[in-house]
Design a binder for this molecule. Structure first.
Ligand code: 15L
Length: 274
């Protein structure tokens, strides 16, 4: 497949770009910054919130799919979050429709449901695990942006019959470094497996999966991903001996979003002083 990867110079983007090329796909990179050393494919240095620039890229490249990883990976005020996650997604989805690109894979986040208390997970469809049936429950404006981007994907699937998969990524790290990450870790290799499965699953329509490794202490259900062919191979438990216990561990385990659900993230939505 010839795949546009947005945010291709970022930490997830570099891993995904290399991994997809290794699996025989052709990657067209897009980012705010020029290509990293060693990348030899087509590259576009643009802002994917710029709908005209995005449309031009789609006009130039014959694409089969989009993997949308671009976006500020942290909390911001509401307008910035909406631009970073929703406007970029809108520009890309409009271009998909205009240029008949039928597969859209999105780096959503666990923070779309991050304010879900872990204590509430005892009587769900899978006791102790959050499933893809969970209602949106964002923990931050970042999470609100991810929820809204997922809603936009759902709308475009219903209107235009494209396939769109929201990968609610946990903690993408080389290694889990905290107690929470022993539950939420997504290894680099599993991340590539996840994106490849989302790209190649036959006719998923709109689907949500949880982007974590096969962690012994997982908080999210891996079944929605497995239904799409995502078979994670790594387990954070292999690193448990190296993870130091911290005072904040209990507070971080109260909600699935961890620290993002804490009071230190509370701020006005329209913080004009920033
Ligand atoms: C995310 O979605 C964020 O981009 C990242 O900064 C971490 O907070 C991660 O989730 C996580 O929950 O560990």
């Amino acid at each position: 497949m010839r795949i546009l990867v947005t945010g291709a110079a970022g930490s997830i983007g570099r891993v995904v770009t290399l991994g997809l090329c290794d699996r025989g796909h052709e990657v067209v990179g897009l980012d705010l910054v020029p290509e990293p050393d060693g990348f030899t494919g087509a590259w576009h240095t643009i802002d994917c919130a710029d709908a005209d620039a995005v449309d031009e890229v789609f006009g130039e490249e014959r694409l089969d799919a989009v993997v949308h990883l671009a976006g500020h990976p942290d909390e911001a005020d509401l307008p910035a979050s909406l631009t970073s996650h929703v406007i970029t997604t809108a520009a890309l989805l409009d271009a998909c429709v205009a240029h008949r690109v039928g597969r859209f894979v999105y780096a959503s986040s666990n923070h779309a449901v991050g304010r879900t208390p872990r204590a509430s997970l005892t009587d769900g469809v899978v006791p102790g695990l959050l499933t893809d049936q969970a209602l949106p429950r964002p923990d931050t404006f970042y999470g609100v942006g991810k929820v809204a981007a997922e809603a936009l994907m759902r709308l475009y699937v219903d209107r235009h019959s494209i396939d769109a998969i929201a990968c609610r990524i946990g903690s993408f790290l080389d290694e889990p470094g905290t107690t929470r990450a022993l539950s939420t870790w997504l290894s680099p290799d599993d991340c590539v497996r996840m994106v490849d499965a989302a790209l190649t699953a036959p006719s998923p329509g709109f689907a949500v999966l949880y982007g974590i490794s096969d962690n012994t202490r997982a908080w999210w259900d891996l079944e929605p991903g497995r239904r799409l062919g995502y078979e994670p191979q790594d387990d954070a438990e292999a690193y448990a001996d190296r993870v130091a216990v911290r005072d904040v561990d209990d507070a971080e385990a109260a909600h699935v979003g961890g620290p993002f659900a804490g009071a230190e993230f509370y701020r006005p939505a329209l913080d004009l002083r920033r």
